[in-house]
Design a protein around this ligand. Sequence first.
Ligand code: ZN
Length: 376
Amino acid sequence: MTSPGRNRSLSPRWVVAGLLVLGLIAAAWFYRSQMSIPAARAEPPTAATEGPTASGATRPSAPAAKLVVDRSAGDVSTRPRNPLDALRAFRYLEQICAIGPRPSGSPGMKKQQEAVQQHFEQLGGKVSLQKFHARNPLGGENVSLANVIVEWHPDRQERVLLCAHYDTRPLPDRDPNPEQRRSGVFIGANDGASGVAVLMELAHLMPQLDGDVGVDFALFDGEELVYVDGRDPYFLGSTWFARQYVRQPPQHNYRWGVLLDMVGDRDLQVYQEQHSVSWRDTRPLVKEIWATAARLGVDEFIPRARYQVQDDHLPLRNIGKIPTCDVIGFVDAFGQVPPGYWHTTFDTPKQCSPASLAKVGWVVYEWLKTQKSKQR
Ligand SMILES: [Zn+2]
């Protein structure tokens, strides 16, 4: 930028040219600001030409709209719109968190169970509880647990399993405050509620899912009924589910499993998980999902491995022989793996955003739709 003193000798022609350039910059800025308004909308900028945005902003004035069309006509016009409702997905997350802590066997878990069962049934899912018991790590009576299974299009033999854990860790045992580690309240907004919220939002789209591949949702209990690492076992629900699948094989077959965990971070970065991308049977699934994200322009999915996590996909794949990949954003806005707020009192809805939930759901949904075309 030049200092005002040097502009004195400018000719009128240059002034006119300068004004034109400024006008163009202003129009471009206006267009960009339209694009960045919708924290809650995950679709590409075609939305800017289609009327009010979710945040209530009105459509841009004619010159800016023209600029949008000129600049983006090519690839954006061929992209599908995100059919998920980001704000509604986020409300689900908030509602679940408002219940309070939801560790296995707790009153909070019971409330959540009732809430999700009612939600999925209202939308036409066939809901069942897969009940079982596990040793209480604190001693005393066994803990009652239940996986929630939701079937969509139960008549279809070839199926996909979409899953998430819905229990929360009993304590925030990585909190910076030692007092909190012993007796603090763990809400599990990203670690717990985010995966559930995405499935609750996806449920709206399941009844219309055509093709011949059916979908089951599984909400796993007892993913982390863990007070002491190394002593208390993880993955109780998914292990139970996988064993049942092998012991009493159902009529249907799971072609793939997709696990959603920690998918709500407001600065979402979903790298490929090391196990999922290195197992030979799940690598093609990882490639498909990240390719879908690339096709949609969801660049929060980064197509390289960055972390290896133990999660519910291990028993599903190792015991149940269901090739399952983990879709997990195990990094925070500062690039920390694991996220700094992980297993602390700071894992609250503030860490999450509507857009992140909607983008993950969109990738899964568009990937699901590719499953039908394969059989045609
Ligand atoms: Zn956890």
